[in-house]
Design a protein around this ligand. Structure first.
Ligand code: DX5
Ligand code: ZN
Length: 225
């Protein structure tokens, strides 16, 4: 099932709750929350207190907390407490990835793993049976509104193939540069959780943007290979 996960990174942070609700009104069913520490990625965003405030404004949709931080184990309890529903960690940031994914589950959240554009899908072979989803980065993480990296499409295709052959239930998410010009390709490749920041919040009417993107994504499922 196709779902749109608006990324609040491109929202106006003075109106965070209201803008998140508008994107949900436009069809967003998951809220994508980017956590950056200025070390793993060259940018800083928000921490658990903001997530907790946002949770009060948006009580009913899953929060997809994408941790772009070093030492994620140290912060998983705080994000779980703040209201995260899904927590994803980067394969590149986790020396003990299995342990970190178990820690997320132990705190009552759905564990997920993320790979950067330069990280091969095969590095995930041993964790695919314990993740709720795999997030394929289609830009180098750190900023919104970057250009989609075409090479990520074959990684989505590989994951879809592995899933089909293995029968494992993990979902496939894509993050970075998803807009009306790229959404058809990512859906055809096999992604079903679509993160979009700039395309939803960056310009124009948030609700309409979300609706149009979702409509284009659903249309693409009709022509899936
Ligand atoms: C980038 C973040 C993304 C970002 C995507 O590091 O992980 O979630 O918000 O933004 P767009 O959709 O603008 O590329
Ligand atoms: Zn993200």
């Amino acid at each position: 099932m196709i779902e749109l996960a608006p990324s609040i990174l491109s929202a106006d942070f003075t109106q965070l709750g209201a803008q998140a609700l508008t994107a949900i009104a436009g069809g967003g069913t998951v809220l994508h929350v980017d956590i950056m520490d200025g070390h793993f990625v060259p940018n800083i965003t928000i921490g658990p207190p903001v997530v907790a405030s946002l949770r009060k404004a948006v009580p009913d949709v899953p929060f997809d907390c994408h941790l772009m931080i070093e030492n994620p184990d140290e912060f998983i309890p705080a994000f779980a407490e703040a209201g995260a529903t899904w927590i994803s960690v980067h394969q590149e940031a986790c020396v003990h990835l299995n342990r970190t994914l178990q820690l997320i589950a132990a705190h009552g959240c759905k564990p997920a793993v993320v790979i950067n554009p330069a990280t091969p899908v095969r590095t995930l072979d041993e964790v695919l049976d314990i993740v709720h989803h795999v997030l394929v980065m289609s830009v180098n993480p750190g900023f919104g509104a970057q250009q989609f990296i075409q090479g990520s499409l074959h990684k989505i295709e590989s994951l879809a193939k592995i899933r089909e052959l293995s029968g494992l239930p993990f979902r496939i998410e894509v993050d970075g540069g998803v807009d009306l010009t790229t959404v058809t390709d990512v859906v055809r490749a096999g992604a079903e959780l679509l993160v979009a920041g700039n395309a939803v919040f960056g310009h124009g009417d948030i609700r309409e943007n979300a609706q149009q993107l979702l409509q284009a994504a659903r249309a693409a499922t009709m022509t899936r290979a």
